[in-house]
Write a protein that binds this ligand. Structure first.
Ligand code: P53
Length: 479
């Protein structure tokens, strides 16, 4: 057994899920329909989440995995008990907006929705688990999309403010760590899923995306303000789908391409962490002829209410080229990337790069000097359970171990400030990118397949005991 240096005493080890990917019960206790409900599995999924194909309701001939998902709504006690058994210090989860405001523009929240989350948070506390709550993880009530056009409409800032005010008030003392928007940069890559945007023929897509992004950025700053007003103990973070871009070669044009791709994503965090639109973004808007409406008041709130910490998901690094002729993309990811010949890839083509995590952490630290939180990381893989539901997932343990080592080096050798680590899909759930159940990340296996068959029975994988040991030893015993 190799001994590693320990993580900080207060380090928040845990796992992460999102409402739409695990709760199910999509029409129960007054919940309204949301964008994340009407995205089916299959070949139309990508054009739908990209806002290119219209799907505003369930249609015949499709399967919608989020309707039932793994039914966390009815299994949360059992599931949280298992997380507690692993020794989780924190559990990242999200609120389904349409459980709280079924249409989105009501004045009075739905008590049954609030009660559900109160029960979940209390259950976490019972097991000594600190909740880490994503306010919106891709959710947008369908009514707001049909009536207002989703986040393209400024009115959404007001509705979001109403949502967060209700949440911070009701859950004061129960929840302290909040994230405003999951993977806020997803608006560029999957705008219907990320921000409820559907594009009509002939529309200026960039104009709509960046206007919507501005609304989300302002909403996020307002949320930070309100969170601190309601409870000074609240800590609010932004959340980026991260993963450093490498240049394809040492050619300066490739370096420039990599830097430009990184800026597309860091743009959001530059605003949320520094409080100002960076010059490169203003110039880009000018170049593209975009006219983003923003008020003096918007700029003030952005400046005055930056986030307390920077969180991100990290699965893979990426590669960019400045040479238009080089365009062999890797499969299976929403983010464009070339193949990296030095890395192996998952069954879904996501390139595995633990050192890339250290590079990404250091880059973000150098850019913002704010505490960081890795709120997603993990390996989506096909698991084959035995008759008892046990999976020998050594491949997952290997992936996580290498990333834990990289984090350890970043903290103990490089000196960055890292608050915690929540692995993605700590219990198997529906994939956001593909809608599959087959792409599993969990320590806990859930008996359910891509077509919705299965008993929903939960069972522990080999990685369950491994992660339990990692947490118990505060990252020193990881073999
Ligand atoms: P799935 C793509 C690239 C990076 C992060 O993804 C992404 C995606 C979307 O697929 O999303 C995050 O389930 C997201 C989670 C998602 C997770 O990555 O496609 O925050 O909702 O499940 C993993 O394998």
């Amino acid at each position: 057994m190799t001994d590693y240096k320990p993580f900080p005493d207060e380090f928040l080890w845990g796992g992460a899920t999102a409402a739409n990917q695990c709760e199910g019960a999509y029409d129960v206790d007054g919940r309204g329909l949301a964008n994340v409900d009407v995205v089916p599995i299959g070949e139309d999924r990508f054009p739908i989440i990209a806002g290119k194909k219209k799907m505003f309701d369930f249609e015949d001939g499709y399967f919608y995995p989020a309707k039932e998902s793994i039914d966390f709504y009815n299994h949360y006690k059992e599931d949280i008990a298992l997380l507690g058994e692993m020794g989780f210090k924190t559990y990242r989860m999200s609120i389904a907006w349409s459980r709280i405001f079924p249409k989105g523009d009501e004045l009075v929240p739905n008590e049954a929705g609030l009660q559900f989350y109160e029960n979940v948070f209390k259950e976490c506390r019972k097991h000594g688990i600190e909740p880490l709550v994503t306010i919106t993880h891709f959710d947008c009530p369908m009514y707001l999309i049909e009536e207002y056009g989703g986040w393209r409409n400024r009115k959404l800032i007001e509705f979001y403010e109403r949502l967060v005010t209700v949440l911070f008030t009701r859950f004061k003392g129960l929840v302290k760590y909040w994230l405003t928007f999951n993977e806020i940069n997803m608006i560029l890559h999957a705008p219907f899923m990320g921000a409820g945007l559907y594009f009509e023929e002939g529309e200026n897509v960039e104009q709509v995306k960046y206007q919507a992004a501005h609304h989300e950025l302002v909403a996020s700053a307002i949320a930070t303000k309100v969170a601190h007003e309601i409870d000074p103990e609240n800590k609010v973070g932004c959340m980026l789908a991260a993963g450093q871009y490498y240049p394809n070669t040492a050619h300066p044009a490739d370096y420039w391409a990599a830097m430009s791709e990184d800026r597309e994503n860091y743009f959001f965090i530059d605003v949320q962490a520094r409080g100002e639109y960076p010059n490169y973004a203003k110039k880009k808007f000018e170049r593209l002829g975009l006219d983003i409406e923003m008020t003096e008041e918007d700029l003030k709130v952005l400046k005055e209410h930056t986030v307390d910490f920077v969180s991100f998901s990290y699965y893979s690094s990426r590669v960019a080229s400045g040479d238009p002729a080089v365009n062999e993309k890797t499969a299976g990811n929403i983010f464009a990337s070339l193949k990296n010949p030095y890395l192996e890839a998952s069954e879904w083509g996501w390139q595995i790069d633990p050192l890339g995590l250290r590079i990404t952490l250091n880059t973000i630290w150098d850019r913002y000097q704010k505490p960081m939180f890795i709120v997603e990381n993990g390996l989506g893989a096909v698991d084959t359970p035995d008759e008892n539901g046990y999976v020998e997932d050594d491949y997952r343990i290997d992936y996580l171990r290498e990333h834990v080592k990289a984090m350890n080096a970043t903290i103990n050798e490089d000196g960055v400030e890292l608050l915690g680590y929540t692995t993605w899909g700590c219990i198997d759930l529906v994939s956001a990118g593909t809608g599959e159940m087959k792409k599993r990340y969990g320590f806990i296996y859930v008996d359910r397949d891509n077509d919705g068959n299965g008993t929903l029975k939960r069972s522990k994988k080999k990685s369950f005991d491994w992660y339990k040991k990692v947490i118990a030893s505060n990252g020193t015993d990881i073999d």
